[in-house]
Ligand binder design. Structure first.
Ligand code: SF4
Length: 354
């Protein structure tokens, strides 16, 4: 399970990530090399270590954001022994009591969520539980040796929501035995569970994972980056149309992944989410251009300054594609700080982004 997003300036919570790599997992999914993802050891963090990490974040955080959360991720939180769950939660409590942290969140496998394990959380200010769903197709879950059923996810989501926690769901694309239609079906079944947010991760081949052996033997072919971006774009738009926020697309360029030899193959890009948003803008502007009887040349596109890089696409890819597709000599990009972020002007046509 990948790392949570960190703070941003748009009013989202400051999330202090505490890694519990591979701890609490009864076995290993074939795509998993949790050590490679987090770049940390597989030891349980000590109370002293937790306090140092949290203090480090709090010290370097700018002004106190509206919400600050401690996030345990990387392993399967509720799969840990009862004593470990309680000691991690206890380690977070001095920060809550000091009013430096508001709440606690964690990620866990669906088959660790029961009334009994959720009851352990009751005395603590836990706000959010994220489930590593990965797929809602049992055939895919079997192929990746996930060790649980889609029905475990349905049950776990119901229990989490029933207790009033925020529910996050994480899915993967490009898994063995899966395809685009399968990923869309997973998204559909996840949306039925009414999550508060989702994350979408591409399947990467990591050194030391069982999938790496399969890849080397020719038994697994990862998705190409372009195909993966196109699929994740469809998933993003699917969730967006159902008012379900997609808070992350793609893995972060953590130390572990960028360290030589850890990443072997697959659709990794450090700006994966940015590429998806660039494609969404490309589609929206292209369909506006197609609708015009004659495209003006030079073409003037006006956007909020924060949207300029999405309009251009990586290395100005979008600009080049519009120029060649519509035979335009010049495209001028105007920045207008008064424009709403998700709105553009293409010549004199207003474009609202999905
Ligand atoms: S549930 Fe699977 S992917 Fe998540 S940490 Fe455990 S083995 Fe790795």
């Amino acid at each position: 399970m990948g790392p949570p997003d960190e703070a941003d300036s748009a009013g989202r919570p400051l999330i202090i990530p505490l890694f519990i790599p591979h701890l609490g997992c009864p076995h290993r999914c074939i795509f998993c090399n949790q050590q490679a993802i987090t770049g940390k050891s597989t030891r349980m963090p000590s109370v002293a270590r937790i306090q140092t990490e949290v203090n480090r974040f709090l010290k370097y955080g700018k002004k106190r954001p509206s919400t600050t959360q401690i996030s345990f991720f990387g392993g399967s939180f509720l799969g840990l022994e009862k004593g470990s769950v309680l000691s991690l939660l206890e380690a977070a409590m001095p920060f809550v009591r000091a009013n430096a942290v508001d709440s606690i969140r964690f990620s866990t496998r669906p088959d660790t969520v029961y009334q009994k394990t959720l009851s352990l959380l009751e005395p603590f200010p836990v706000s959010t539980v994220e489930l590593g769903v990965q797929s809602m197709n049992n055939r895919v879950l079997d192929a990746v040796e996930r060790g649980h059923r889609a029905s475990d996810t349905v049950k776990a989501a119901g229990l989490i929501k029933g207790r009033g926690y925020q529910l996050g769901l994480q899915m993967m694309v490009g898994l063995p035995a899966d395809d685009d239609a399968g990923a869309m079906e997973t998204a559909h079944q996840m949306a039925v569970l009414q999550p508060d947010f989702v994350r979408i991760y591409p399947t990467l081949v990591l050194n030391g994972s069982p999938l790496a052996g399969r890849f080397r033997g020719g038994g697994y072919q990862p998705m190409a980056l372009d195909a993966c971006i196109s699929l994740v774009k469809r998933l993003y738009l699917y969730f967006k149309a159902r008012h379900i926020p997609v808070v992350r697309m793609g893995l972060q360029a953590s130390d572990g992944l960028t360290r030589a030899g850890e990443y072997i193959a697959g659709p990794f890009h450090p700006a994966f989410g940015h590429l998806v948003h660039g494609e969404i803008v490309f589609d929206a502007i292209s369909s506006t251009l197609y609708r015009m009887e004659k495209q003006p040349d030079p073409l003037i596109i006006t956007a909020h300054p924060t949207m300029v890089s999405r309009v251009q696409g990586l290395n100005k890819k979008n600009i080049c594609r519009w120029q060649s597709t519509f035979d335009l000599k010049k495209i001028i990009l105007h920045q207008d700080g008064d424009m709403e972020k998700n709105h553009l002007m293409v010549a004199n046509h207003h474009v609202a982004l999905p």
